[in-house]
Ligand binder design. Structure first.
Ligand SMILES: NS(=O)(=O)c1ccc(C(=O)NCc2ccc(F)cc2)cc1
Ligand SMILES: [Zn+2]
Length: 261
């Protein structure tokens, strides 16, 4: 089909036809091999200054569920790691699999998790707009957090309770007062490497920061993500939103740095 997706006809293995950078030298996600990552003591700890963050809405963009933030000033930023300066929080979204299967994008020594949360930030100190930053090698930074199944996550229900309002592609709903700090694991130990957007246009503009420690959510909570659909309300093709992940891409000589021994 004309637009990209995760199906047989428009999925990741076909994206290179419209987006040749799909076969580039710094594509994401990757398989992170801890034993081959280099501990770098110069990496600053990750700091998330999200206390003044302003969430605006939650929406279904036909590929994932996205919570957007007001990024008109530096009220919510990430800094540390290998970042040259603070990067502004713009949105977060998830990637997940089907029931009982894996759905993360990054893997750790070949192990995939049930889902992966991406907190997307951009270098507003250097670039005027997100769109411009998204085309620059140091323009974006995405914080990746793995989700594994176990007990209910005490705060994730704030998101899963809102999913029924954005079942169909193109639906948007108010979503104010949500601080994603509640979705962080206890340790901010991370790996970092230069990569790309994991969906088209696949721009090679992301400094990835992937947390080692997953957060725990219940299978029931994950099930609520799977009641979303890729299609719009008026379309007759009904397809459950699941397996919206790209698989690991070639490392092509990149070095993965670790913030911990
Ligand atoms: N899964 S991920 O975290 O890697 C990811 C993050 C953001 C985007 C995005 O903003 N796309 C729209 C877009 C892309 C480039 C632009 F220039 C403008 C909008 C895509 C993928
Ligand atoms: Zn993502």
């Amino acid at each position: 089909g004309s637009t990209w997706g995760y199906g047989e006809e428009n999925g990741p293995s076909l994206w290179h036809k419209d987006y040749p950078v799909a076969q580039g030298s710094r594509q994401s996600p990757i398989d992170i091999v801890p034993s081959e990552a280099s501990f770098d003591p110069r990496l600053a700890p990750i700091q998330l200054s999200y206390d003044q963050c302003t969430s605006i809405n939650i929406s279904n963009n036909g590929h994932s569920v996205v919570v957007e933030f007001d990024d008109s000033d530096d009220r919510s930023v990430i800094h540390g790691g290998a970042l040259p300066n603070p990067y502004r929080l713009r949105q977060f979204h998830f990637h997940w699999g089907e029931k009982g299967c894996h759905g993360s994008e990054h893997t750790v020594a070949g192990k995939a998790f049930v889902s992966e949360l991406h907190l997307v930030h951009w270098n507003a100190e250097k670039y005027k707009t997100f769109g411009q930053a998204a085309q620059e090698p140091d323009g974006l930074s995405v914080l990746g957090i793995f989700l594994e199944t176990g007990d209910d996550h005490r705060w994730l229900h704030k998101i899963t309770d809102a999913l029924y309002m954005v079942k169909f592609k193109g639906s948007v709903s108010d979503f104010k007062g949500f601080n994603p700090k509640c979705l962080l694991p206890s340790s901010l130990h991370f790996w970092t490497y230069p990569g790309s957007l994991t969906t088209p246009p696949l721009h090679e503009s992301v400094i990835w920061i992937v947390l080692k420690e997953p957060i725990v959510v219940s299978e029931k909570q994950m099930g609520k993500f799977r009641m979303l659909v890729f299609n719009g309300e008026e379309e007759d093709s009904r397809s459950r939103m699941e397996n919206n992940f790209r698989s690991p891409q070639p490392l092509k000589g990149r070095k993965v740095l670790a913030s911990f021994k």
